[in-house]
Design a protein around this ligand. Structure first.
Ligand code: NAD
Length: 494
């Protein structure tokens, strides 16, 4: 089942070792080149995986294209049955998934487990959605013919995913695409290929036909994705990652008018109004900021607090930040490492930038010496708003707090951003909550809560945070084309 090289440390725990090869046309495939997977908690390479080239990418598209017509005609109930089988297999392999996710992404086991369980919920949701792709039947406006509307699979899809949620992003895209009747090529993030391999093994064992789901790992992202984006057989790209790469992919897709869904960066404002439940806001801010060591697109990036309650909020928040334990996610810790040495090292400059702009460093601010890529949980406080943090995604365990003068000032500061992904508001006043919900220029607003992801909810952003929504009632339609049939009806029955 695996070709895990003998000279590397064995991947500990779990009852299933992940495959390290590519998955193309229903088979695990070796390559000439390989690259190492690093455990960010100790900096050591613990696995070596196949490094795809543009030729491998083309073979994956050949397979996805060849399988598309048949897969698109598989009855919804049959597609659902395969997905239900995959869901059951995932649950059997929970420990393998959870341990591999922590090994390669660094997130604590509790967070890996939460991501795993949420991912299984998403798969179930998409399995159920196969039966709910609705069309319509109506009379044309002049009454002369009938209007039939249905939804067909858009075609072979390229799914490009990031390392920070190595399973959820693959399941959220892949589940929707497969449910809609599309074939897929998933390109994992170089840092976290093995989680994707476990998921692909699940699809294989569940009996998905060859070519329907393909998997590529590579150190040459653009070398693999660009030839696919230029190939007319590819009909859709669904990307989660930085705004820079999302924009590049949209440029590449422009030539063949490739359908695109983009889940990009964010600089989530987390607003605490003067009537908020402060203890609730503090607890939610800790989760929203420090989950995944702050490496989340929906993280609280700017904590904007009414000056009348800021001292109380900051005092309680700071006490909790100082109590956070940092370490290898395999142990019982609150905060794991950054994904790489490069990501950790850039934070020294980030902290200098924040304090140079007038921020007061309340705690943390330094990389942690020793093995692994750890950074101290950090809090920087400002009096009033500060433009250094507008459109500046930290992606780090660094919290910035701004004491602002009233609700209007909080709203203006929050909306002063090129991003528009997640935002949060804490208030006990229902009218204020609704008004903020309506006026915040973000795709998602958490009202008195700092965690929002759910299969039922449309996930996505406005402005440079992206295009399209994942999951929710409508997410599956991102992987379909609307088809209209005009039907002449002879109303004579004789
Ligand atoms: P990234 O854009 O560098 O990488 C994301 C993916 O794109 C990886 O698979 C990577 O290998 C690939 N990639 C990189 N360069 C590419 C290229 N030239 N052509 C094709 N593919 C390429 O992002 P990152 O730094 O790994 O992740 C962090 C960013 O992702 C943050 O901005 C974060 O906000 C965003 N993100 C957004 C969401 C969301 O749902 N909106 C979720 C998670 C992360």
């Amino acid at each position: 089942m695996t070709n895990h090289p003998k000279d590397l440390a064995p991947m500990p725990r779990g009852d299933l070792l992940p495959e390290t090869r590519l998955y193309i046309d229903g088979a695990w495939t070796d390559t000439a080149e390989h690259f190492g997977v690093v455990n960010p908690a100790n900096g050591k390479t613990f696995a070596s995986v196949c490094d795809a080239t543009s030729d491998d990418a083309r073979r994956a598209l050949d397979a996805a294209h060849a399988a598309q017509a048949d897969w698109g005609r598989v009855a919804p109930r049959k597609r659902a049955n395969l997905m239900h089988r995959a869901h059951a297999l995932m649950l059997e392999r929970e420990e393998a998934f959870v341990h591999v996710m922590t090994l390669e992404s660094g997130k604590p086991l509790t967070e890996s487990r939460a991501e795993f369980l949420l991912s299984t919920d998403f798969l179930l949701w998409f399995a159920e959605q196969t039966a709910h792709l609705d069309g319509s039947y109506s009379h044309s406006s002049n009454g002369g013919f009938r209007v039939l509307v249905t939804h067909q699979p858009v075609g072979p899809c390229l799914l490009i995913t990031p390392w920070n949620f190595p399973l959820l992003m693959i399941v959220r895209k892949g589940g929707a695409a497969l449910a809609a009747g599309c074939t897929t090529i998933t390109k994992t993030a170089q840092e976290t290929p093995l989680t994707g391999a476990l998921f692909m093994q699940v699809l294989h064992d569940a009996g998905f036909p060859p070519g329907v789901a393909n998997l590529l790992h590579t150190t040459k992202s653009s070398g693999v994705s660009e030839p696919l984006m230029q190939d007319k057989r590819l009909r859709k790209v669904s990307f989660t990652g930085s705004t820079r790469v999302g924009s590049l992919l949209m440029e590449q897709g422009a030539r063949n008018i490739i359908n695109a869904s983009m889940e990009l960066g964010g600089d989530g404002p987390f607003i605490v109004l003067d009537d908020a439940d402060i203890d609730l806001a503090v607890d939610q801010a800790i989760i929203c900021k420090f989950r995944n060591a702050g490496q989340a697109c929906v993280a609280a990036n700017r904590i904007i607090v009414d000056a009348r309650v800021e001292a109380e909020f900051t005092g309680k928040f700071l006490a909790k930040v100082k109590a956070l334990t940092v370490g290898d996610g395999m142990g019982a810790v609150d905060v794991g490492p950054m994904i790489s040495a490069r990501q950790r090292d850039r934070l020294v400059d980030t902290v200098a930038q924040l304090t140079d702009a007038g921020g007061e460093l309340l705690t943390g601010g330094k990389a942690i010496d020793g093995e692994g890529f750890f950074f101290e949980p950090t809090v920087v406080r400002y009096v009033g708003r500060n433009d250094v943090m507008c459109s500046n995604e930290l992606f780090a365990p660094i919290a910035t707090i701004f004491a602002v003068d009233g609700a209007e000032a909080a709203l203006d500061f929050a909306n002063d951003s090129d991003f528009g992904l997640a935002s949060y508001v804490f208030t006990r006043d229902l009218s204020r909550a609704i008004t903020f919900g309506e006026r915040l220029e973000f795709g998602m607003v958490g009202i008195n809560r700092g965690i929002m992801a759910d299969p039922k909810a449309p996930f996505g952003g406005t402005k440079t945070s992206g295009i399209g929504r994942e999951a929710g009632q409508d997410g599956i339609y991102e992987f379909t084309e609307m088809k209209y049939m005009a039907v002449t009806v002879n109303e004579e029955v004789a």
